[in-house]
Ligand binder design. Structure first.
Ligand SMILES: Cc1ncc(COP(=O)(O)O)c(C=O)c1O
Length: 484
């Protein structure tokens, strides 16, 4: 293995096959953050026989709640009562309710094949140590990860286009976001390697600190709807490991994948392996695991408002994130975790996977209708009209990313600008889509728009597209150019 680029102070370690030095990757504020004097003693309370005078926990007997009763749409009822309720309503571990954490660790084992080696109540295996922490959705954990890893003025890589939610926290921190180009399968290894290999000579990067991570949404990406194959992930992971950067795998749409849906059972159906799973292959050669931070979310398959997501990754980085949590909000919402846990315990992983497949089927049907109408109205409709848009068929998630055929802008942007189109003409025509610039780390002008097929009533889709088509045609008419 050769690494020609000094990275993050870990060059020698990587060259020697020792893996990433996670401590060396932490931001100054993460290193300076003192542990909570009280919370750091919480685990000791669990020692058998311990008499704790420790925390200022309110006495749960004074809480007015008798139970949390969940009624499921299939008619089932789940009641959270007794000590489960007390735990849910009480201050608890910073990473999350211990039983919930345990469940999530088992989940990572069963779904992604991650090895578990236990020491105490943590998952540890020397260099391959990893654990799980819970947050108020994956957004919470993404932002905390940025704080844990980056100092103002430092650099990261993000696929272009990227989930727009990562941009404000990074921009506010003054982070240089270098865009990795995408294609039909999302983040391109050619672009990734090109950026990293030429970092110190390329005029746009040579004066910047070497990046610590690359951010990607590998399944049903928001906004592009693209999904990376296993081969694609292997290539990107290989590059990340050769250059000594982390992969931030933000994968909230993993369980809304249409690939392999209906083949076999939900438990056995073929699923594309994740970066989190793949980093176990060949791990010894790269000094162990610890190259991937994986963000999971219950928002898309259980509830978005419940605000429960979780992060899996190397202990050192998760420890820094937990210190952030302990100073920002002490812990994730216990009642919300207890609700998810109660459901997962009732269903088991297999039941959860079965539920996810019904969700995936729902979105697949919507995708089919949406795309069929798009073909009819925005495409050529079997050669009967000029297309005003093109797109890649999404095989997961809830987004369709249209490349609109727009007139060139007055500033000379050949492919046109969807921002002014949506902000002015589309609004007037009563149709809305998100202008693509919202997903561009560098605010690059673009002709793309993101549309979502998750909510719009199926019978309104055709009309929405008619309005979009009208909007595009008006733009050409007003531009004075002939539409090709
Ligand atoms: C790619 C991506 N990451 C993260 C999030 C945030 O999810 P959560 O609700 O878990 O915070 C979203 C929400 O739309 C998303 O699309």
């Amino acid at each position: 293995m050769t690494v020609d680029t000094p990275v993050n102070g870990t060059h020698e370690a990587i060259k020697a096959g020792l893996g990433l030095d996670h401590r060396a990757m932490l931001s100054k504020s993460a290193i300076a953050r003192p542990p909570s004097a009280i919370r750091s003693l919480f685990p000791q309370e669990l020692i058998p026989g311990m008499l704790s005078l420790l925390a200022g926990k309110p006495n749960a007997s004074t809480f007015p709640f008798e139970s949390i009763s969940l009624g499921l749409k299939n008619g089932d009822k789940i009641d959270i009562t007794g000590s489960d309720l007390d735990d849910a309503l009480q201050y608890s571990a910073t990473a999350g309710l211990p039983r919930f954490i345990e469940w999530l660790v088992q989940w990572q084992h069963k779904i992604h094949g991650r090895d578990i080696v236990r020491k105490g109540d943590q998952v540890k295996d020397g260099k391959n140590s990893w654990r799980v922490t819970v947050g108020a959705g994956s957004q919470d954990l993404l932002t905390k990860t940025f704080h844990a890893l980056l100092n103002p003025g430092e650099t990261c890589l993000a696929e272009r286009p990227a989930y727009s939610g990562i941009l404000p926290p990074l921009q506010t921190m003054g982070i240089n976001i270098i865009a990795v180009e995408g294609d039909r399968e999302g983040m391109s290894p050619v672009s990734l390697e090109d950026i990293l290999a030429n970092w110190h000579t390329n005029v746009s990067t040579r004066d910047l600190p070497f990046p610590k991570f690359v951010y990607t949404t590998p399944t049903g990406a928001n906004p592009t709807g693209t999904t990376a194959s296993e081969q694609r992930k292997k290539e990107n992971l290989d590059i990340a490991r050769r250059y000594g950067i982390l992969i931030l795998e933000d994968d909230p749409y993993m369980f809304i994948s249409f690939q392999g849906l209906g083949e076999g059972t939900p438990e056995t159906r073929r699923r594309v392996r994740t970066y989190w799973s793949l980093e176990q292959d060949d791990a010894e050669r790269y000094g162990g695991t610890g190259w991937v931070l994986r963000f999971d979310s219950f928002s898309k398959v259980l509830s978005a408002g419940i605000r429960v997501g979780f992060l899996s990754g190397p202990n050192t980085i998760l420890d820094a994130i937990d210190l952030d949590t302990s100073s920002a909000n002490l812990q994730p919402n216990g009642a919300a975790q207890a609700m998810v846990l109660a459901l997962l315990e009732r269903w088991g992983i297999d039941g959860f996977l079965r539920h996810c497949d019904t969700v995936a089927e729902f979105y697949q049907n919507r995708r089919n209708n949406f795309e069929q109408k798009a073909q009819k109205v925005l495409g050529t409709n079997n050669g009967k009209q000029k297309a005003v848009a093109e797109w890649i068929t999404p095989v997961a998630g809830m987004f369709l990313w249209f490349k609109l055929k727009l007139p060139p802008t007055d500033e000379g942007v050949e492919e046109g600008d969807s921002f002014s189109l949506i902000g002015e003409k589309a609004l007037k025509n009563l149709v809305l889509a998100v202008p693509g610039v919202a997903f561009m780390p560098d605010s690059k002008t673009t002709c793309y728009v993101r549309t979502s097929f998750s909510l719009i009533p199926e019978e309104d889709v055709e009309e929405a597209f008619q309005r979009l088509r009208k909007t595009v045609i008006e733009a050409w008419q007003e531009s004075g150019h002939a539409m090709p």
